[in-house]
Design a binder for this molecule. Structure first.
Ligand code: AMP
Length: 204
């Protein structure tokens, strides 16, 4: 049975207008530090990204920041992380974030967050990995995306089973931060460790 050792968190490089989003990033950061789960993230110092990384560090947890050179050059990088990896470009960064994580969470964010989590869903759909993906629907933020997934399912573009919230399926949804770590622990326990360590899809 595999153990949940790291979570890649995708979230806004802005903090959003509602304080609930900042609270969610802090709460998840505290929960990860308490459970000794390493945060893997985009390495930024700004927005919800900076909030969750600083919270994990402040609570004695471990953080791996993976940032492309051009963003590092723009001085938006958080320097006080446990480990900082600089990649040549965005593609290498996403691959590296994938390889170093046991599971993926999308907190509220913008198009960067959306693109990153949907890419992990695409690879799962193509059977290229078995790492669980969780959409954290804080304050109903992802309601319209979930409605779109439902429409895709109803209209025959997305397999019904994909959005089942079933422990054996890759995509999970929850409304509270408290549910994130327990849901992912349960989901990862069903995945053999070699499958979690499998190489990412060729050519990505
Ligand atoms: P967004 O949701 O559009 O704010 O983009 C956030 C996502 O894109 C993060 O998960 C990061 O991987 C990446 N990203 C966007 N802006 C930055 C930044 N300033 N520093 C580091 N990563 C960023």
């Amino acid at each position: 049975m595999a153990e949940l050792k790291s979570i890649c968190v995708y979230c806004g490089s802005n903090a959003g207008t509602d304080s609930e989003y900042r609270d969610a990033a802090e709460k998840l950061g505290r929960a990860m530090a308490a459970a000794d789960i390493r945060l893997v993230y985009g390495g930024g110092a700004v927005g919800l990204m900076g909030i969750i990384a600083r919270t994990v560090m402040a609570n004695g947890g471990k953080v791996t920041g993976i940032i492309p050179q051009f963003l590092k050059d723009r001085e938006v990088m958080l320097r006080e992380v446990t480990e900082l990896q600089v990649t040549a470009d965005m593609h290498e960064r996403k691959r590296s974030m994938f390889e170093q994580s046991d599971a993926f969470v999308a907190l509220p964010g913008g198009i960067g967050t959306l693109e990153e989590v949907v890419e992990m869903m695409t690879w799962a759909q193509l059977d290229q990995h078995k790492k669980p993906i969780l959409i954290a629907n804080i304050n109903g933020f992802w309601d319209t995306l979930i409605a779109l997934f439902q429409r895709m399912t109803d209209d025959g573009f997305l397999h019904k089973a994909f959005l089942g919230n079933h422990v054996d399926l890759p995509v999970h949804f929850c409304d509270t931060v408290e549910a994130i770590v327990p849901t992912l622990k349960k989901a990862v326990a069903g995945v053999p460790r070699p499958a979690l360590e499998a190489a990412p899809p060729a050519g990505v």
